[in-house]
Design a protein around this ligand. Structure first.
Ligand SMILES: [Zn+2]
Ligand SMILES: [Zn+2]
Length: 391
């Protein structure tokens, strides 16, 4: 468990960026229109998700066009479509846990073939030339990564990216992942966000057999953290505030469950854990978890709370040389490494498949924490696209 393991290899030769156009092409510009596809998206913060028709770009030389089969539903999709993280451009099609098959490739694409099972996660581009990008850490691109939905795409005329609740997507080959043979497309989809978000800090901490990993919160992220840490050979301790989750944690492979509301149980867990993955997005006190860390331990916070949290005690950090850190998804090379790892160890997400008509109630159930553990949209249930694009 040596933090600072070697970084994944860079993506390749950086490209020179043309000056990005600031505004998207006008809606009636014929050259910008590509293939129309059915989608589910929001037209305003209060609209909920409704059927839309998207125009995907014609694949360029380096593009891969993908027929989407499944797309996971992430909590960030809810926040984004409902405008809870600041204003977003509408219409907005969310979805960044995408699995599908290659439909067409551009003339310069040699590493992907028609019919192959592939994935797309939270990133569809980055500057490709800053220090982070060259180290394979595109998620930390110094000029801002290009998210899979809801942001301007500088290499594509500043068009707003639209995500995976759709029939197709077109993505540069550098940001397309290979889904290993034999993986189930539906339960693999959530690995593209929930999986890599938990895998990356565990790898960064270099978790190995004999280490003790603590997981705070047992939702979409937490359940993946348990499975991946177990597959790495760690002993896993789940911290939960709800007694009802004890059996579920054990089913997922947790070795022990600590009820975080029970001061005696927390006291008994003192100085027993090497690394804690905290997935809770609501403000909460981290100090009880820091007390559970051994000398040289680390706590990685993955959930982004909407408001301030109680302060972390410097004394706790100092007295046992603890690290308090955050972590954001993972780079492309590391995401591929994670998929290969999950294929090798038989790790997949526990999912409930929903159809397009059920997306809005699935969102309500996610907010209520009523899903074990990830919803996945079956894109076969999308409507037929209309003849004119909405977005
Ligand atoms: Zn996500
Ligand atoms: Zn960059």
């Amino acid at each position: 468990m040596t933090p600072g393991r070697p970084v994944p290899p860079p993506l390749g030769k950086p490209l020179i960026l043309a000056e990005p156009p600031v505004e998207p092409a006008p809606a009636d510009a014929p050259a910008a229109r590509g293939t129309l596809t059915a989608a589910m998206g929001a037209t305003s913060a209060g609209s909920g998700l409704r059927p839309l028709t998207l125009a995907r770009r014609e694949p360029k030389d380096d593009d891969v066009e993908i027929d989407i089969e499944y797309c996971g539903l992430c909590h960030s999709d809810v926040h984004a479509t409902r405008g809870e993280w600041g204003s977003r451009p509408y219409p907005l099609v969310p979805g960044h846990e995408i699995v599908g098959r290659v439909r067409r490739v551009g003339s310069a694409v040699e590493d992907f073939h028609v019919g192959e099972l592939v994935g797309v996660g939270c990133l569809v581009d980055s500057c490709r030339e800053c220090e982070s990008c060259l180290e394979g850490l595109e998620q930390y691109c110094e000029r801002g990564n290009v998210g899979t939905y809801g942001v301007k795409d500088p290499r594509n005329g500043g068009a707003i990216t639209q995500g995976g609740y759709a029939g197709t997507i077109v993505v540069d080959r550098r940001f397309v992942l290979r889904v290993p043979e034999g993986m189930d497309p539906a339960s693999t989809a959530p690995l593209l966000c929930a999986g890599i978000t938990t895998y990356s800090p565990l790898r960064y901490f270099d978790v190995e057999p004999g280490d003790v990993v603590g997981v705070v919160g047992l939702g979409g992220l937490g359940h993946m953290a348990v499975k991946i840490a177990k597959a790495m050979g760690a002993e896993v301790v789940v911290f939960t505030s709800s007694e009802t989750k004890t059996a579920a944690a054990a089913e997922l492979g947790a070795d022990r469950v600590v009820l975080s509301r029970d001061p005696g149980a927390m006291e008994a867990a003192k100085a027993s854990i090497d690394v804690i993955i905290d997935t809770v997005a609501a403000p909460h006190d981290l100090n009880p978890y820091l007390r559970a860390l051994r000398l040289g331990g680390a706590l990685f916070q993955l959930g982004l709370p909407p408001s301030d949290m109680p302060p972390v005690s410097p004394g706790l950090l100092i007295r046992r040389r603890l690290a308090y850190s955050g972590s954001l998804i993972g780079g492309i090379a590391e995401t591929q490494e994670m998929l290969d790892f999950c294929a090798e160890h038989g790790v997949a997400s526990d999912i409930e498949v929903v159809d397009a008509a059920g997306l809005n109630s699935a969102y309500d159930r996610m907010v209520a924490g009523d899903v074990k553990y990830r919803f996945v949209l079956d894109t076969k249930t999308l409507h037929t696209p209309s003849e004119k694009a909405d977005a």
